[in-house]
Write a protein that binds this ligand. Structure first.
Ligand SMILES: [Zn+2]
Length: 206
């Protein structure tokens, strides 16, 4: 990072970290929601809230700006004959449910059985985040991650298990904190062969 900032670079137009503009209609929508919830959007503490909320939502939904498959485009052919399970587990993620726009907070385990090539292990987490940073349901998130790896890595098998808490359940409605939901998607070998499935689930800690 450079400590020298020319006046030009200092101007908002040239600042790469410049906060995105929030159109009036978006701010109005959030003001309406605050009022609907029972507060006064013109009081001091809430004056800048519509802008903050709008920008936060751009971040929560960053996944719409990317194709998660790009993370799987760089593959490594030299695997030294390795033909066993590759597993990344306890990957923390955040998403938002499409029914309430409430947080989904959880962790994922992603495994695949390579066929001739592998990807950098962090890429699996990037694929997950690409799909999680959208409005989601946990079932579809699980399926999308598995399908993306299946299509672009063409492995012998894919297994994805996601465990998450849904704020729409824990903070409202039936208010059941601590209740987690588990979803899984198995493809290829992990779907067809019970022994492989058991093995990968046990590696994942299930
Ligand atoms: Zn919900």
């Amino acid at each position: 990072m450079s400590s020298q900032v020319s006046p030009d670079e200092d101007s908002p137009r040239h600042d790469p970290l410049r906060k995105p503009d929030v159109p009036d209609n978006v701010q109005d929508a959030i003001r309406t929601l605050i009022e609907w919830a029972g507060d006064d959007p013109t009081r001091e503490g809430l004056v800048d809230t519509p802008k903050r909320v709008a920008r936060a939502w751009l971040e929560y939904c960053q996944g719409y700006q990317e194709d998660p498959a790009v993370h799987l485009s760089r593959i490594f052919e030299e695997v030294g004959g390795y033909d066993e399970v590759v597993l990344l587990k306890d990957i923390p993620f955040q998403s938002h449910c499409e029914h309430h726009m409430a947080p989904i907070i959880g962790k994922a385990a992603i495994a695949y059985l390579p066929r001739n090539h592998v990807v950098g292990i962090s890429k699996l987490a990037r694929v997950l985040h690409g799909f999680a940073r959208r409005l989601q349901i946990q079932e579809r998130l699980t399926a999308e991650v598995a399908q993306c790896i299946w299509e672009h890595l063409k492995p012998q098998g894919v297994a994805v298990v996601i465990e998450a808490n849904h704020a729409c359940m824990t903070a409202r409605g039936v208010r059941t904190p601590g209740v987690g939901m588990i979803t899984s998607r198995m493809m290829g070998t992990f779907l067809e062969d019970e022994r492989s499935r058991k093995e990968v689930l046990s590696l994942m800690g299930y």
